[in-house]
Design a protein around this ligand. Structure first.
Ligand code: HEC
Ligand code: HEC
Ligand code: HEC
Ligand code: HEC
Ligand code: HEC
Ligand code: HEC
Ligand code: HEC
Ligand code: HEC
Ligand code: HEC
Length: 491
């Protein structure tokens, strides 16, 4: 009995091979001898594919017709049509690491849905069949694919960002092109070959995966190809855009103390991310690197944003914090004091026409617009600098009285931002700029309005700082500042 089955398989496999050799010519023979298939999860004899209980696990016959040359009408002698339904016979539900969440979630994702979603070639060749759109085999091969480094992980036919950029490049099939950002001077390291091969499908929720020798950043760390939609975040909200749906993330629970990191709750891909910062904290927080943050490609040791954006700090950009300016401030481009924010409101490409997201920038620290010691100095034209994407240039950087800012005297009677913009920094002997009073890392600090004093950590000090720690206790309420509040050289 057993022998008969084996003989049947041998005969059927021979028939199948005959068919595919007819289809493909001799290249297949070389491929078959390469033996890649048997080292894939599909070909594994103990845990591989299984549809027909008469066949051993991993057998080709679970997908290809056992009757081969005899009357098969489907492409490649498959037992059913060459489309996602074939994959769904086994991949109906969620995968081992829950990166793939099952057929119904996949069918709502942009990669299933978009008519342009087809592999453009040249390697492997462009998909030409009319129903190619949205097929799993635009990204995966059921047999495994190799290069000089061996078998590619996860039955993919390109490694890491090369898969994504195959379509998301200027000559690719997708509308949103990310490759130009990969060539900017400052990138998020996806194409850094020294960090290649570190990403693994089973790495999530383990901090070590994202620190030390494992530290890396790949497209699949932030985007889940089987789940995400195409919507971006909404201006004024700190919620994550649909493009991040299905990526793993970190929940941060803050107690009531300022200046401390939160308790972290890692979440795998099966959960839905709510806030964009939850994604960033996976790599940019105590959870990943403990109390020794890595060095930034743009220079210096990083600060920990999970401490800076602690909502108990007196001031921060509202990535987590609830609005607290109570109507103070003059905003532009639709921004308002009671808006919340995402990290990528500031971190993204310096070219406003590029696709959104923190992929690369021509400016250090992946910021969208310039921010340096000259920002706000009256002798420089800095109206295009970062702060003025949202804060009114005239109010903060030009002599202009009676505008609504907390840095005013006589109960909002005179705008001291305007007054100072007209003055020189007496220590540096040049016009005053924003960094002479505000933190160079404009995230958050346990003091009013991101103000720094000369005794703060050097990383926060970008200008020639005017405030001293001893000035701080004298501060009155917003709108009621006076010369005596700050014992700087000038007053
Ligand atoms: C999990 C299902 C599955 C298994 C198992 C499988 N195949 Fe396939 N095979 C496919 C699909 C689907 C296609 C069509 C791929 C496409 O459209 O790109 C295919 C296509 C092929 C082709 C055509 C060229 C190519 O590579 O796309 C050959 C040859 C082939 N299979 C041989 C085999 C052999 C030999 C085995 C066993 C060693 C095997 N297959 C196991 C699903 C499978
Ligand atoms: C006959 C059943 C069957 C069919 C049909 C099938 N698969 Fe699988 N697939 C499996 C099994 C079993 C595994 C291994 C699961 C595991 O080890 O957790 C697997 C694993 C995978 C993996 C993960 C591989 C890895 O290394 O982590 C991918 C990707 C995958 N399949 C894609 C596909 C695609 C695309 C199709 C359709 C072309 C397909 N599968 C069709 C049974 C099947
Ligand atoms: C746009 C590209 C793309 C498409 C289309 C795609 N996948 Fe994937 N898939 C990936 C990538 C990339 C990974 C690896 C993710 C990682 O390493 O974090 C993956 C991983 C997987 C895994 C392993 C998941 C795990 O938990 O370890 C399975 C199973 C899978 N895909 C099945 C499918 C099936 C079935 C389809 C079609 C219904 C499909 N994929 C369509 C890109 C794609
Ligand atoms: C086979 C081609 C193809 C591959 C491979 C591919 N994509 Fe896409 N992707 C598309 C198309 C087409 C869209 C629809 C929108 C567009 O044209 O840009 C899309 C949409 C997206 C979106 C939603 C935002 C938008 O532009 O609408 C994101 C995010 C995305 N892809 C990321 C990735 C990542 C990450 C990978 C690699 C894991 C990847 N893609 C691989 C073709 C592809
Ligand atoms: C999967 C890990 C990962 C995730 C998630 C991640 N980053 Fe990064 N990021 C890195 C790595 C790796 C670097 C390079 C330096 C380092 O090791 O920190 C980096 C560097 C940076 C830098 C400094 C760039 C420079 O040129 O100095 C900024 C700014 C940054 N990330 C912002 C973000 C933001 C905003 C998010 C969330 C939208 C985010 N990152 C999510 C891994 C990640
Ligand atoms: C209001 C704008 C803004 C927001 C919002 C913002 N950043 Fe930044 N971030 C900056 C600027 C500007 C710098 C560069 C400071 C400099 O030039 O030294 C920076 C620097 C960084 C760095 C490098 C830090 C260092 O100390 O070297 C990281 C990492 C980073 N940001 C991550 C994040 C993350 C994660 C979020 C959200 C949780 C975020 N940023 C939100 C403006 C912002
Ligand atoms: C560190 C996290 C991170 C990495 C790594 C990353 N992205 Fe993104 N990406 C984002 C975020 C965040 C957004 C959306 C920002 C928003 O909501 O405005 C985005 C947006 C996108 C969009 C939509 C752009 C638009 O304007 O519609 C595409 C397409 C995309 N990413 C593709 C990729 C590809 C391809 C890679 C790898 C080369 C990649 N991403 C790597 C975080 C990341
Ligand atoms: C993308 C828009 C955006 C950018 C860019 C931006 N801000 Fe803001 N900023 C806001 C919003 C909205 C608020 C009010 C809500 C809040 O407190 O976060 C705010 C608040 C502030 C506050 C008061 C924070 C508090 O909690 O008291 C200061 C100070 C500030 N910004 C300075 C700056 C400086 C300096 C820059 C340039 C490095 C800058 N901002 C860039 C949007 C932005
Ligand atoms: C001489 C010190 C000084 C300089 C220079 C300065 N600020 Fe301020 N700024 C303050 C003080 C003090 C506050 C706190 C106001 C309060 O008590 O509410 C403040 C508050 C702010 C706020 C919070 C909203 C508001 O209107 O109160 C923003 C936004 C801001 N500054 C932006 C800027 C920008 C942009 C620059 C550069 C053009 C700048 N500041 C330069 C001292 C300064």
């Amino acid at each position: 009995m057993e022998n008969r089955v084996l003989r049947r398989i041998a005969k059927a496999s021979a028939a199948l091979i005959a068919v595919v050799i007819l289809i493909l010519g001799s290249s297949y023979v070389v491929w078959a001898r390469g033996g890649l298939y048997s080292s894939t999860r599909h070909g594994d004899p103990t845990s591989g594919v299984r549809r027909d209980s008469a066949l051993p696990r991993g057998d080709c016959g679970h997908c290809h017709s056992m009757h081969g040359a005899g009357g098969t009408t489907t492409d490649f002698a498959l037992w059913t049509a060459d489309n996602n339904q074939l994959c769904f016979t086994c991949h109906f539900g969620q995968s081992s690491n829950a990166i793939y969440r099952g057929s119904s979630v996949y069918e709502q994702s942009i990669h299933e849905d978009d008519s342009l979603m087809r592999w453009p070639g040249p390697e492997p060749p462009a998909r030409m069949e009319p129903d190619a759109k949205g097929k799993c085999v635009n990204c995966h091969t059921p047999h495994g694919w190799g290069d000089s480094k061996g078998l590619m992980p996860t039955l993919l036919f390109k490694r890491e960002e090369e898969l994504c950029l195959g379509c998301h490049k200027v000559a690719g099939s997708a509308q949103e092109k990310i490759d130009t950002q990969m060539n900017y001077q400052y990138t998020h390291q996806m194409t850094n070959s020294q960090l290649e091969g570190r990403h693994h499908a089973s790495e999530e929720i383990i901090p070590d995966s994202f620190s030390g020798q494992n530290r890396h950043n790949e497209c699949a760390d932030c985007h889940n190809s089987h789940v995400h939609t195409r919507d971006l975040h909404t201006q004024g909200s700190n919620r994550a855009g649909g493009v991040l749906r299905g990526s793993s993330f970190i929940e941060a629970n803050y107690g009531s103390l300022p200046d401390t990191f939160p308790t972290f709750q890692p979440r795998g891909q099966i959960f839905d991310i709510q806030f964009e910062y939850q994604l960033c904290f996976k790599c940019h927080s105590y959870w990943a690197y403990g109390s020794f943050p890595p060095f930034a490609p743009s220079g210096g040791q990083q600060t920990d944003p999970s401490i800076e954006f602690n909502p108990n700090n007196v001031s921060s950009h509202n990535v987590i914090q609830a609005p607290n300016l109570n109507g103070i401030g003059v905003f532009v481009n639709g921004w308002r004091w009671d808006f919340q924010m995402v990290c990528t409101d500031c971190h993204g490409s310096s070219n406003a026409n590029d696709p959104k997201g923190p992929h690369g920038s021509q400016l250090p620290f992946l910021v969208k617009a310039r921010w340096d010691v000259t920002s706000g100095q009256r002798t420089q034209n800095t109206s295009s600098h970062l702060c003025f994407l949202c804060h009114d240039f005239t109010t903060y950087a030009q002599r202009n009285d009676n505008r609504n800012t907390g840095f005013s005297r006589n109960n909002f009677g005179e705008n001291l931002h305007g007054l100072h913009a007209n003055e020189d920094n007496p220590v540096a002997n040049r016009p005053i700029g924003c960094m002479d009073c505000h933190s160079k890392v404009p995230h958050g600090i346990n003091r009013r309005a991101l103000l720094v004093t000369s005794s703060d950590p050097a990383r926060l000090l970008g200008g020639t700082v005017l405030l001293k720690q001893s000035d701080v206790p004298n501060w009155g309420p917003s709108g009621n500042w006076d010369e005596g509040d700050c014992t700087v050289v000038c007053h």
